[in-house]
Design a binder for this molecule. Structure first.
Ligand SMILES: [Zn+2]
Length: 63
C-alpha cells in the first residue's frame, strides 16, 4: 500500500451529471476536484472512478 496519510490523485465523476474531473482524494475519503470548487453543473459531490494506485490502466484489460 502507499502512504496512508497522503493525498491521492484520482479521477472523480460528478454525482449529478457524470462529468469526469481530475481530483484528489484525502485519506479520510474526502474528494475534491482540482482547479474548481465544484462541477460546472452546480453540484459539489463526486465519486471516485479510478484509483491509479490500485487499479491497472484501462488498456491492460482483455478487451
Ligand atoms: Zn455535474
Amino acid at each position: 500500500m502507499a502512504h496512508k496519510d497522503e493525498v491521492t490523485r484520482v479521477l472523480a465523476a460528478c454525482d449529478a451529471c457524470g462529468s469526469i474531473y481530475a481530483a484528489r482524494q484525502w485519506p479520510d475519503g474526502t474528494v475534491r476536484i482540482i482547479g474548481q470548487e465544484g462541477c460546472s453543473c452546480g453540484e459539489g459531490t463526486f465519486e471516485v472512478v479510478t484509483d491509479p494506485e490500485t487499479d491497472p490502466p484501462a488498456d491492460a484489460g482483455a478487451e
